[in-house]
Design a protein around this ligand. Sequence first.
Ligand code: 5GP
Length: 118
Amino acid sequence: MAYDQNNIFAKIIRGEIPCDKVAESDHSLAFRDINPQTPTHVLVIPKGAYVSSDDFADQASDAEIADFFRLLGSVGRTLGAVEPGYRLISNHGADAHQEVPHFHMHLLAGTDLGRMIK
Ligand code: 5GP
């Protein structure tokens, strides 16, 4: 799928619409989900134009990939969620109900998340 430069996260990266920023690095951004599913619900995204995780893995530089996972790890620590724990989810495509076509990881925390399909 071609990247849509007008998707909502592209607009957030460009500063065209606001977000509740949690953290930022050279190549990545973390902000709170507008419709949180748990007490802590943060989205971590690369600033580059990638639709999904496979695009990110195939096309991003090693520096972008390292930067993304370092920010993801630091957000978990910053929010105090390493203990008692958090869940990372990335939805890809129609069956997963990916709503925003810009690769993102959900970080969910702040409650007992129960069990899920894995
Ligand atoms: P997906 O289903 O694509 O994995 O999840 C997209 C997420 O983006 C949803 O949880 C949704 O609430 C969130 N979202 C959609 N529009 C906005 C927005 O304008 N700002 C923020 N902060 N989150 C958004």
